[in-house]
Design a protein around this ligand. Sequence first.
Ligand SMILES: Cc1cc2nc3c(=O)[nH]c(=O)nc-3n(C[C@H](O)[C@H](O)[C@H](O)COP(=O)(O)O)c2cc1C
Length: 476
Amino acid sequence: MRQLHLGYMYWLNGTHWGGWRHPDAPTAHAFELEYAAKALRIVEDAKFDFFFLGDTLPGDIVREQWITTHNTGRLEPFTLASQLALQSSKIGLVVTAHPTFYEPYILARLTASLDHLSGGRLAWNVVLGANDLAAQNFSLPDLGGADRYERADEFIAVIQKLWDSIEEGAYLQDKSTGRYVDESKIHRLNWQGKHFQVAGTLPVERSPQGHIPLLYAGASELSRELTAKWADVNFTGPATAEESIAFNADVRERAVRLRGREDPIYFLPGIAPLIGDTRADAIELYEELNTLLPFDDDLVDGDQDESFWSSPDWERITASRFPLPQGIRSVRSLSERIGADLRPLGLDGVIKPDIAERFNSYGAGLVRALADRTDRTVDAGGVRVRDLLHAAVAGGFPLVIGTAEHVADTLIDWFDRGAAEGFNVNSPFLWNQLERFTGEVVPILQDRGVFRTEYTTGTFRGHFGLEVPPNTFTQE
Ligand SMILES: Cc1cc2nc3c(=O)[nH]c(=O)nc-3n(C[C@H](O)[C@H](O)[C@H](O)COP(=O)(O)O)c2cc1C
């Protein structure tokens, strides 16, 4: 029977931006090993495919505190992952690194070393995110726009060559002949590209997985091309199963064109399950978390000057896929964004159908998301202005709200329809929601025969049934 794959996306405080304030949430310690190690143990015990360390280089730490608290302080991912490798034995470890800020030689060394030390459990999440302020920590004026995709493309081509540059068996260490290495198995790259000039060789024997598997998230044209050309796993967050099916089909078609063959690509959408004993409990928890989000001091008219609403800053925010950032969370900003002035209604005003009809597509999307999450509908008179404001601010990954049974049914439905080969699971807050997922949802998936009860391999590739690719030097 087909098996689905599960990754755990480790965020220090979970992915609901009010989650860390929940009374049951622990005060997380970003700089202690034990906190991440505890999360790792929970998901390895549940037989997850991988433990995922995201990493966005922060721009403005003070602003980040209310957006993604985990960006305000975090350990360097390779250092943390090398410790986590010692705390686990089977689970895959995904480390995030940004091609814009590394040299391929350095990243090849880090990844190949860690693949050896973890026994073939490493994967690399290729990211191109963050902002210009982050770039300025690297002596760069900005992030590089579309050029960063081109740089990433060449970067991956170079790094794969570097991983291949010393074949298995090159270290003879033959005492009788005095031959330490077999020179025919050691290759120089002599790479002369647009972005990189790399002579080679990497002083690391080809690691257990040969080419370290690549993860990527992103759905734009350039992201689709990059995924199709290189990635083994994509974990973008589509809004609906239909959208996911169309996205996966599109990327797979591109992959055939770009790779000249059909390689498996695994689509693992990001989801954030919010689990309660009943659906009503889960909805109540969602609404409780939302009250913990920070808002403007003036909740109706907002804290911004009048001029802000015609500024480029506001234009940028309305064009972004992200929820409303801190400092712009009021009925005013919501009204600007959905195209209908809700201020006269006040926070507890109920949205009538004639008002909802005037919403733009963003507003209509919020109404749909709210119905999905909480069963509140405009027709039933259940949508208050505050509910829409909460939906506009509560960020994170697509939420699946309900009982463990409902969450399992939803995952299996996506899996059965070909909308996903598995999921990158986020917890809205710790430890409660992580433990409910592993303790209640995973056993249902196992009972229904779609998720492993024991590990059968001990490498990232092994968990996905991905073969170790041949060495590109010996193929030439
Ligand atoms: C689910 C998801 C997770 C991401 N995680 C990170 C991350 O940890 N670090 C980072 O720099 N960028 C991250 N990104 C940004 C992507 O690397 C990439 O820059 C972005 O998705 C490009 O999107 P687009 O090409 O579709 O516009 C993430 C994106 C998505 C969709």
